[in-house]
Ligand binder design. Structure first.
Ligand code: SF4
Ligand code: SF4
Length: 440
């Protein structure tokens, strides 16, 4: 690169990160894959335009003015533009780098930004605090206050954005479903191996039954399951929203904790977003200055063992005879499983192996549902526009079960089903596998 670094990118070394953008040959093949390009119809709201903006920011030829920041913020980081790019542009890594190094320092300290930072820094990495916030959410739902505010239009009166956010808020499951997983669960029957399992941050609070189904399946299939301690966040959301320092400290904590567990056959994860981040820990920690070579090597070793649970089970093969599930189901790819991890066939193969379950195709199954980490909270209007389009596809396919493998997507799809009042069950693949292969 011939330009000098600009816009807060202080070192030449950092600027070299942007060399990734030089691979872009401006062919435009990525444009049809981009949900926001389709939604907004602007070049700068698509991957090719954003690559141009990111490079300009890094070189200092473009300033982080409001419209530039808006176009970059509106990216879902769904990474649908990566697999279709003939030049292999590492779009996701560039966006994380730009958000962290250019956009975050340049942001105005609005209330929305302060809340976002507070949540990413002071709540998400701390399971106890996250539980307290969830309890407040539960009180808001359970006390009838929410119904009252909605009935009299108070939320809408306060702001349209707040009203949209409120519509997307997930209900909190009962306390008994929010219990943490046991530290260790032994294999049942003939033992096949031992895995480490990431409990996650949002999963045990909002979708604890999926974690329990996952551990049951692994144990029934002959694997000892050890939950990685200390429990908590993998750093995926922080990286996604420009807090790379936090993402690195979360990653390092997890890498060291896993080393303490000793040898395992795999590090299994049932959240696509977490799995995608964990598979990239090698790169993430390689870029951290001052980290020992030993920690960097451990991060690479860790990343090489990470498997999405569907990927792991499809590789290992499911033993036993499944019980039938008589239903029509459709599978919606989670972006970070399909585009970031390139795992599309294993979950489908596992579902096809369930007798009685008819898998019907969803139009554009790998199109983002609009959840995208905290995107639905930060950009509720755009998120709902994307969801609405996808709900038309769900209604059209006629399935009574919608399957997806990421917590954010599951909550988003459930919000879509609630809003449309559809009789559709939204489940994780492991819930169906548990029903089919689990104990009667
Ligand atoms: S497909 Fe790749 S090379 Fe082509 S415009 Fe998009 S990012 Fe650039
Ligand atoms: S990550 Fe997704 S939203 Fe962002 S430019 Fe790529 S395809 Fe579009």
């Amino acid at each position: 690169m011939s330009a000098t670094p600009g816009n807060g990118i202080s070192s030449r070394e950092d600027l070299l990160q942007m060399e990734r953008s030089l691979d872009c040959v401006h062919c435009g093949l990525c444009l049809p894959s981009c949900p926001t390009y389709e939604l907004f119809g602007r070049e700068s709201a698509g991957p090719r335009g954003r690559v141009y903006l990111m490079r300009g920011l890094a070189e200092g030829s473009i300033a982080p003015e409001a419209d530039v920041v808006r176009d970059l913020d509106q990216c879902l980081v769904c990474r649908a533009c990566e697999p279709v790019c003939p030049s292999g542009v590492e779009y996701g890594a560039m966006m994380e780098f730009t958000r962290s190094n250019v956009l975050e320092p340049a942001r105005k300290k609005t209330l929305k930004q302060r809340v976002k930072r507070w949540f990413l820094r002071s709540v998400l990495p701390h399971p106890a605090k996250l539980r307290r916030v969830a309890d407040l959410l539960g009180m808001y739902h359970g006390s009838g206050l929410r119904g009252l505010l909605r009935r009299y239009g108070v939320v809408r009166f306060m702001s349209e954005e707040l009203d949209l956010r409120d519509q997307l808020l997930p209900p909190l499951p009962p306390q008994r479903e929010r219990k943490p997983l046991p530290r260790s669960t032994p294999a049942k029957g003939a033992r096949r191996g031992r895995v480490a399992f990431l409990e996650g941050c949002v999963m045990p609070i909002l979708l604890g039954s999926i974690n329990r189904a996952t551990v049951r399946v692994l144990s029934n299939q002959g694997f000892d399951v050890d939950v990685i301690e200390p429990r908590g966040c993998c750093g995926a959301l922080q990286a996604h929203f420009g807090q790379i320092d936090l993402a690195r400290s979360g990653a390092l904590k997890l890498v060291r904790a896993c080393a303490d567990l000793g040898d395992v056959d795999a590090i299994v994860v049932n959240s696509a977003g977490c799995g995608a981040a964990m598979k990239e820990y090698g790169r993430l920690l390689d870029d951290q200055s001052g980290l020992s070579a030993m920690d960097k090597a451990a991060a690479h070793a860790f990343a090489s063992k990470v498997k999405d649970v569907t990927e792991f089970l499809a590789e290992q093969g499911l033993r036993g005879t499944p019980r039938p599930i008589q239903a029509k189901a459709t599978y919606a790819d989670a972006c970070h499983l399909a585009h970031a991890q390139r795992v599309t066939e294993p979950p489908r193969a596992l579902l096809r192996a369930i007798p009685g379950l008819t898998l019907v195709p969803l139009a554009r199954p790998d199109r983002c549902c609009g959840a995208a980490g905290l995107y639905n909270a930060l950009h509720p209007k755009e998120s709902l526009a994307l969801l609405s389009e996808r709900m038309n596809d769900v209604e059209h396919c006629g399935a009574s079960i919608l399957v997806s493998a990421n917590p954010g997507c599951l909550l988003q799809w459930r919000a879509g089903v609630r809003m449309r009042r559809l009789d559709v069950d939204v489940v994780h693949p492991l819930e169906l596998i548990d029903r089919a292969w689990g104990e009667p």
